[in-house]
Design a protein around this ligand. Structure first.
Ligand SMILES: C[S+](C)CC[C@H](N)C(=O)O
Ligand SMILES: N[C@@H](CCS)C(=O)O
Ligand SMILES: [Zn+2]
Length: 343
């Protein structure tokens, strides 16, 4: 991890070169835990599994590594000190679980590397014989994720929630994750500009690992709160600790336009990891097929996103290791026009 963290301005560019120009990000984590039988109908959502089923967390990490991922995200999206304390844990236990989320992910990477040595079946995008580069990104979900009602898809927190409120909410968690052994922090599913500004302030307070900022959108133009994606990306671009900017948990059909907009305001690497296009019912914690969603194949978009200038590709909610395997194939040139893939 050391060399990735040291040189913040070029670390992601160098990593991408090692990966052969493009990096594969993992897929939906919480929804994959659920597919394996985990009950995440809980205010902690996927973070509940850090307490109840850490073995499943390891399994999902390994499944994504075996599908070709170069970057795997921790199970800390909805792991907050405030959320754990509300469950009756002490602050010390909550902080321990945050650290554990990163340790489990780093352990999975080690298990994967050892399996590769024993089985000699892994390949690297950078060429046969070399070990596939893998980064561990510590996931940080928004304040809206903590609210546990799907409000990361509205970005509406009310007038009483200021930038300072958000900084105070996130500070300790971000500090702990930054010291946990992760290679970088993934600020994910960001629904408004205010939260992006709060994250930049926190990074500038002395966080010494890089970060990516990934926004969500429901229209291909703005983030859910209504701020334009370009305004949000400018905030991220202004911070030299931010090594990639992008979009996640957004319907695939909006991604191309969003990449075009991002390209207008940043030269940092662009990351995209859309969801399946289904719509989340935050009240009942269920996914609903979207009538407006085209049946176009998620993976057939990947080469268009690459042509538009993105360089990191993965999936978010309801995508699976199959999705990631297919993305890996497209990027390695094995299957330039993939046939329809069931996500
Ligand atoms: C990205 S959404 C599907 C995350 C889950 C939400 N925060 C909830 O707890 O329902
Ligand atoms: N990394 C999180 C993002 C949720 S939007 C997950 O995949 O569960
Ligand atoms: Zn998602």
């Amino acid at each position: 991890m050391g060399s990735f963290v040291k040189d913040k301005t070029s670390s992601m560019t160098e990593f991408l070169e090692k990966c052969g120009g493009y990096a594969v990000v993992d897929g939906g984590f919480a929804t994959e835990l659920q597919r394996h039988g985990a009950d995440i109908n809980d205010p902690l959502w996927s973070a509940k599994c850090l307490i109840t089923s850490p073995h499943l967390v390891t399994k999902v990490h390994l499944d994504y590594l075996e599908s070709g991922a170069n970057i795997i995200l921790t199970a800390s999206y909805q792991a907050t000190i405030q959320g754990f304390v509300a469950k009756g844990l002490s602050v010390g236990e909550a902080e321990g679980l945050l650290r554990r989320s990163v340790e489990i992910t780093c352990e999975a990477r080690e298990i994967f590397y050892n399996r590769c040595i024993k089985g000699s079946w892994d390949f690297s995008n950078a060429g046969k014989g070399s070990r596939r580069p893998v980064l561990v990104a510590a996931s940080v979900g928004s304040y809206g994720a903590y609210l546990a009602n799907g409000s990361e898809y509205s970005g509406i927190y009310g007038d009483s929630v200021s930038k300072e409120t958000l900084k105070d909410f996130h500070r300790r968690r971000v500090q702990i994750l930054a010291k946990s052994g992760a290679d970088l922090i993934a600020f994910e599913t960001i629904p408004n500009k205010l939260e992006a500004e709060a994250y930049v302030d926190l990074l500038e307070e002395g966080i010494d690992i890089p970060a990516w900022f990934s926004f969500t959108s429901k229209d291909g133009v703005t983030v859910p709160r209504g701020d334009s994606i370009t305004e949000c990306a400018k905030v991220a671009d202004s911070c030299n600790k931010v090594v990639a900017i992008g979009i996640n948990c957004t319907a695939p059909r909006y991604i191309q336009d969003l990449i075009v907009s991002l390209n207008k305001v940043t030269r940092k690497p662009i990351i995209v990891y859309p969801n399946s296009g289904e719509v989340y019912d935050g009240l009942n914690k269920k996914w609903i097929k979207s009538e407006g969603e085209s049946e176009e194949d998620f993976v057939s978009y990947v080469s268009r996103w690459r042509d538009e200038g993105a360089s990191m590709f993965g999936g978010c909610c309801r995508t699976t290791p199959n999705t990631i395997r297919a993305i890996t194939k497209v990027l390695s040139g094995e299957s330039p026009t993939p046939s329809k893939l069931k996500i």
